[in-house]
Write a protein that binds this ligand. Structure first.
Ligand code: HPA
Length: 280
């Protein structure tokens, strides 16, 4: 099944049938909200609003581990994450889509792994043979490879969908993950640009890392809601981020619906091997 993490507007589709809402308790506490189980053209999907309905959780206090573990409990194998970003690269315009393919991590205080060795608190592994259960059962220390953290098959499909719909997007992008909730100084954005950052946001890390630790495929559809601090001539506001996300909502929904319809469990990529040989 496909899991979709996005803003609250995303699951209010006219033509998607909502089947159920599921509250899930995890060994890491409660996810941001109930998961919405839905069906579109015969495909099942699970939606989760990242910040909770009503935008309750700031980015640094989102329970990313609970959110991702909940998807595993639902049987989700792939996650499509939709999020707002600021544009650092001068080629980016507000309103563009970016298919990030790398990240730089500047977060500071977030739980970053499921595999905590002797401090593991998760005893909720089934008896299945998968490596996640085995590593948790044995309290292993795990170092996953993130050379290419995003699912190439999912990114290719997103690109083909946007090509077909003539939607302006950028095929690559280095996502700079900041701790927030404050925005950046112009000096920080200048430094991120020198380091190769293209967009800046507060939620990709540890979301993608945790998904990968559970062997889930992950792709991110980023919407440039504003030019980053110091690049924009104006003071930045949350209002402009929300306004741009609302403006792009129909396009996002079109992309997401086509993705649900056309994605295929057999997309080729190398994500499946990520846990092999990763534990000490
Ligand atoms: N900085 C950090 N996060 C963001 C921004 C930004 O400019 N825009 C949307 N999310």
């Amino acid at each position: 099944m496909l899991g979709i993490i996005g803003g609250s507007g995303l699951y209010q589709f006219d033509d998607i049938e909502i089947i159920d809402e599921k509250e899930i308790k995890t060994p890491y506490g409660e996810p941001s909200d109930r998961y919405i189980l839905a069906s579109y053209k015969g495909k099942k999907v699970a939606f989760l609003p990242r910040h909770g309905r009503g935008h309750k959780f700031p980015p640094h206090l989102i329970n990313y581990r609970a959110n991702i573990w909940g998807f595993r409990e639902l049987g989700v194998e792939r996650i499509l994450s939709v999020s707002a970003v600021g544009g650092i690269n001068p080629l980016l315009n507000a309103g563009d889509f970016v298919l990030s393919d790398q990240f730089l991590d500047f977060t500071k205080v977030r739980p970053v792994t499921f595999y905590e060795g002797i401090y593991n608190i998760n005893t909720n592994f089934d008896n299945s043979e998968d490596l996640v259960s085995e590593y948790l059962r044995d309290n292993r220390v795990v170092h996953i490879d993130v050379t290419e953290p995003f699912c190439s098959g999912m990114r290719d499909l997103l690109g083909r969908i946007m090509d077909k719909k003539s939607i302006r997007y950028h095929k690559h992008g280095v996502y700079v993950a900041t701790e927030g909730p404050r925005l950046e100084t112009s000096a920080e954005i200048k430094a991120f640009a020198r380091l190769g950052g293209d967009v800046v946001g507060m939620t990709l890390v540890p979301e993608i890392v945790l998904a990968r630790e559970l062997n889930l495929h992950f792709a991110s559809l980023n919407v440039v809601t504003n030019l980053a601090a110091g690049i924009s001539k104006d003071r930045l506001t949350s209002d402009e981020v929300i306004e741009m996300m609302e403006k792009k909502n129909n396009e996002i929904k079109e992309i997401v619906k086509e993705f649900i319809e056309t994605f295929d469990e057999s997309i080729t990529c190398s994500c499946g091997d990520v846990l092999k040989g990763a534990a000490i």
